[in-house]
Design a protein around this ligand. Structure first.
Ligand SMILES: C[S@@+](CC[C@H](N)C(=O)[O-])C[C@H]1O[C@@H](n2cnc3c(N)ncnc32)[C@H](O)[C@@H]1O
Length: 196
């Protein structure tokens, strides 16, 4: 518990310093602020860093659903998110694999549309989960999907599909890998433009 609280305080301290304005974080912050999404889905909470980052930019009444399959990570994330001041109405942590959660979003969580999705879980799941999201009918015109690490470790099948499906406008935000400035990476920003 002591260790968890220490991690939480460290994380909050990092978030409150100018150093937290890392290039990828800035892209995430800007997209959240510019689009003011009401319903946000995050795939891959880990310890809650990006969940807090997203939550602090949300408009009043908005809700973030953050999905994490690892129970230890989720326990820490829950503490960090609550320590940062966000209650269950603003950030709901769902401890389950994304492939089980996505098909339940409408019925079990009462979601009718996802305005913004942040994909930051295992890269091999990106394409499968994007297609599950399409199948759920929760993406509408203008829904935004931001996918991290599309250059390193990379998600080539995902990118190929995005470019060829005709369902998305996309742009790549060039960056370097978090904590490793020498490694080139990027985030893909997709805008859902409609049905096939
Ligand atoms: C890179 S970390 C997420 C980092 C976090 N978004 C941040 O920036 O603070 C990836 C996390 O995704 C989780 N994960 C991987 N595949 C998943 C899946 N299919 N469903 C839910 N969580 C998953 C892992 O357990 C891990 O904690």
């Amino acid at each position: 518990m002591q260790e968890t609280l220490h991690s939480g305080h460290m994380l909050l301290r990092v978030l409150s310093q100018p150093g937290a304005l890392d290039p990828k974080g800035k892209v995430l912050d800007r997209l959240i602020t510019d689009n003011a999404p009401l319903t946000v889905l995050e795939l891959g909470t880990h310890c809650g860093y990006s969940a807090v980052r997203i939550a602090r930019g949300l408009p009043l009444g908005a809700r973030l659903y953050s999905v994490e399959m690892d129970e230890c990570n989720a326990t820490i994330a829950e503490k960090v998110i609550r320590l940062a001041g966000f209650d269950d109405d603003t950030v709901e942590l769902i401890v389950s694999p994304s492939e089980e959660v996505i098909p339940q979003l409408r019925e079990r969580f009462g979601i009718e549309r996802l305005d913004f999705v942040f994909m930051d879980h295992w890269k091999r799941c990106y394409l499968r989960d994007l297609q599950l999201l399409e199948g759920s009918g929760l993406l509408g015109k203008g829904s935004i999907i931001l996918a991290d690490n599309i250059i390193f470790p990379g998600a080539p099948h995902f990118l190929r599909y995005v470019k060829s499906s005709g369902l998305y406008q996309h742009r790549i935000h060039q960056a370097t890998l978090e904590y490793f400035r020498g490694i080139r990476d990027g985030m893909a920003e997709l805008t859902f433009i409609g049905t096939k």
